[in-house]
Design a protein around this ligand. Structure first.
Ligand code: C2E
Ligand code: CA
Ligand code: CA
Length: 711
């Protein structure tokens, strides 16, 4: 390369720095001849030399920087300072701004030339922009961090989570000022984490760091006041160029409010409001989970059905029965364990979900414990309950949970229906399944009858004679309903009437019975037996139907029935639940001329005091007291007391289920008015009943002194 001598002009025009040399001691207009401006200066300011000279530097300086510039300039001119530098802005012709770093100093080049000063400028617009952006981001970061509803941190990846930066929000969140956490001055962040979560937080970080993923976790901290707070931590690892972890950064937010709402929602979704036990939804979700996960373990549900508590609600009110249920919940809770979880799927029902048991005998044993426990609460109240057990058979992955729960209900319900006042245990097995199917067939048959679909006589009546003991004559017949279907054969009313009551089908079945009994009464009249009556059993559901009386009257007048020939039998037990209402209906029926008989007297636990108020004509002494007459020690029998009590109350008596002479003699001796039973006759078909009457007619009166069976 040629060694070319450097001339001033060459340097002046090629340096990457804007240079201007001025003669003028004024910032305004200068004289061109004495001013030198290099091309970099023109480039930076975006103006030609001519423009620069004619405008002067003050005019193109940004107003915000001018004052400082001028101040410095005058100081330089006055000799107070001999150099100054500053960052300043020029305004380009298009209005944009250019930032420069400027140095101004007096200059003397030669004696002839009266030079004044030199101005060197360097374009720093880019740097300024970066600086500005940085400042802005710092500023917004600090605004953000100080307003964060929680704390922002930078910490080491160590077991203390040693904090290197903690934002102001620390105080609000934790109750400790940020400094106390910095470098574990007073305590470490790990100390703040509730102990049971510490391992999970550590493991969580370890996993996410290994996978280089962001960290997210919810846990509880314990604040300076000892209060627990739910927090959400969002963080990430900061890595150096070698990929090593340099620090962890993130934010920790207070989510106590959200957690509180979430927890209440979850609690309400999973628990019974009154007892606090888990509810049905939670049972279903737990079962679904366990069926998938714990395929091999034995699982069973033990359902405790306390639906009879409703009876107490009727007598003593809701509060009373509810407090009893609460006591039951508490008593049962003591048997909860990992293997036995207690649920309350409905108001009066409990379920133990029993898993991992040895065999059926362990279930039975546990059921007996339940019986003992609840017995002390419910036996004194004279209500029973049912304990149903279903073992969950898991042959496939899928188990129909709804079906299992239905089976459980069926099993527990069965006990309630079968045993009434005790707490009994019933496993859901094939036998029960058959029973359930049978019940379904009965409902189907009753339904068809109620809908009048069946023309063949599936529902029919039999008539059992009632004999007047004083005269020996036939007093009347009790109409007894019968059901016979192809599939089921003959079904006892003891079986189908309760089903008809439960399904409310008794309303239409009952009406058919009434019509049929009325028809029989008219048939008797037709045959000349004017004075013979017919008793009809009426269920309480029929009786309490608001239009029962009007409908009865309608049928009566339609079929021209004289009410004095009709006796209405109502079982005593129903008075326990609704004495006043039933008594009112009875009063009205009696006013219309019907006879009223209290059926099964002595079994219904009605109070003697109220018995007096009962507006009945007759008491049918239950077979139980007639059976008692077969016992050796007749002196102990209270049947005579029942008869005399009924008489004192102004009722006549009919003894039911008389099968033996010895019973008959006792009843005659103790003034029982009428009897009914196999000794006289079994229930008879209509034709047989008429024949019975005819036969009896011949003899005029029933010979009660001789063996009636010989008649
Ligand atoms: P209940 O009203 O107490 O009827 C008397 C039951 O005792 C009848 O049973 C009758 O056949 C039976 N019985 C009569 N004499 C004797 C005897 O000497 N020995 C024995 N062991 N039993 C005797 P049934 O017909 O099976 O009726 C059972 C119950 O079904 C009736 O008891 C009554 O509560 C109900 N029931 C029958 N028909 C109707 C009906 O049309 N409507 C309603 N609501 N219930 C009915
Ligand atoms: Ca009866
Ligand atoms: Ca009876």
């Amino acid at each position: 390369m040629d060694k070319q001598p450097l001339t001033f002009d060459m340097i002046f025009d090629q340096v990457p720095i804007g240079m201007a040399i001025s003669l003028s001691a004024y910032p305004k207009r200068s004289d061109e001849a004495v001013v030198r401006i290099n091309s970099m200066f023109e480039q930076i300011t975006g103006r030609t030399k001519e423009e620069l000279i004619s405008l002067g530097w003050a005019k193109i300086t940004h107003p915000d920087d001018l004052e400082e510039d001028l101040k410095n300039f005058w100081k330089l001119q006055s000799g107070e300072i001999n150099i100054y530098s500053m960052d300043k802005r020029y305004i380009k012709p298009d209005g944009t701004i250019v930032w420069v770093h400027m140095i101004v100093a007096p200059i003397v080049l030669s004696n002839e030339q009266q030079l004044n000063h030199i101005c060197l400028i360097k374009d720093i617009t880019e740097r300024k922009a970066i600086e500005e952006a940085l400042n802005e981001s710092e500023r917004s970061k600090s605004v953000f961090l100080s307003h964060l509803p929680g704390l922002a941190y930078r910490c080491n990846n160590d077991p203390d989570w040693t904090m290197k930066y903690v934002s102001k929000g620390c105080f609000n969140l934790t109750g400790y000022p940020p400094e106390s956490l910095l470098y574990n001055r007073d305590l470490s962040y790990n100390d703040l984490i509730a102990p049971e979560y510490r391992k999970a937080v550590w493991d969580g970080w370890e996993q996410t760091l290994a996978a280089r993923q962001p960290f997210k976790s919810e846990y509880e901290i314990i604040t300076a006041t000892g209060e627990r707070k739910w927090v959400l931590e969002l963080g990430q690892g900061i890595y150096n160029e070698q990929g090593e972890i340099e620090a962890l950064e993130g934010i920790i937010l207070d989510i106590s409010d959200r957690k509180a709402i979430e927890n209440t929602l979850k609690y309400n979704n999973e628990h019974d409001r009154w007892t606090g036990l888990y509810n049905r939804d939670y049972l279903v979700s737990l079962l679904e989970k366990d069926i998938k996960l714990k395929k091999k373990t034995k699982k069973a549900l033990i359902g405790i059905n306390l639906s009879m508590v409703q009876l107490l609600t009727i007598n003593y009110g809701f509060q009373y029965s509810q407090s009893l249920i609460k006591k039951a919940a508490e008593a049962l809770s003591q048997y909860c364990s990992d293997k036995r979880i207690l649920f309350q799927p409905r108001e009066n029902r409990f379920i133990f979900y029993f898993s991992d048991y040895r065999d059926k005998s362990e279930l039975v044993e546990f059921c007996h414990v339940i019986v003992e426990t609840l017995g002390s609460l419910f036996v004194p109240e004279r209500i029973g309950g049912g304990i149903g057990v279903v073992e969950i058979e898991q042959k496939q992955n899928e188990v129909d949970i709804e079906r299992v729960l239905r089976k459980l209900l069926i099993a527990s319900e069965k006990c309630v229906n079968l045993f009434g006042k005790d707490l009994e245990i019933c496993f859901y097995d094939e036998e029960l399944e058959a029973l359930v199917n049978r019940e379904r067939y009965i409902v189907e048959a009753l339904n068809a009858i109620a809908m009048d679909e069946h023309t063949n006589d599936e529902l029919f009546l039999q008539y059992q004679p009632i004999i007047n003991l004083r005269t020996g004559s036939i007093f009347g017949f009790e109409a007894l309903a019968r059901l016979r279907t192809e599939k089921l054969g003959l079904v006892s009313p003891l079986e189908f009437i309760p089903i008809a009551e439960k399904t409310k089908l008794i309303l239409s079945i009952g009406e058919k019975v009434i019509i049929e009994a009325f028809r029989f009464l008219n048939k008797l009249k037709e045959c000349g037996y004017d004075g013979i009556g017919v008793s009809i059993n009426i269920s309480v559901i029929q009786l309490l139907k608001p239009d029962f009386i009007s409908r009865l009257f309608e049928l009566m007048s339609g079929m021209q029935i004289n009410p004095k020939n009709i006796s209405i039998e109502i079982t005593e037990s129903v008075f326990v639940s609704d004495f006043d209402n039933i008594n009112n209906v009875i009063k009205e029926l009696r006013k219309a001329g019907f006879h009223i008989a209290i059926d099964d007297f002595g079994t219904g636990y009605s109070s003697l005091a109220r018995e007096k108020e009962l507006k009945a004509d007759c008491m049918k002494i239950d077979k139980h007291f007639v059976d008692d007459l077969l016992n050796e020690d007749l002196k102990k029998a209270i049947t005579c007391d029942i008869i005399s009590m009924a008489h004192k109350l102004g009722h006549y008596t009919i003894a039911e289920g008389v099968e033996h002479d010895i019973q008959l003699r006792y009843l005659i001796e103790h003034n029982c008015d009428k009897i009914q039973g196999y000794l006289i006759s079994k229930p008879l078909d209509e034709k047989e009943a008429l024949e019975f009457l005819k036969k009896h007619d011949k003899n005029m009166t029933y010979s009660l002194t001789s063996n009636p069976r010989s008649v």
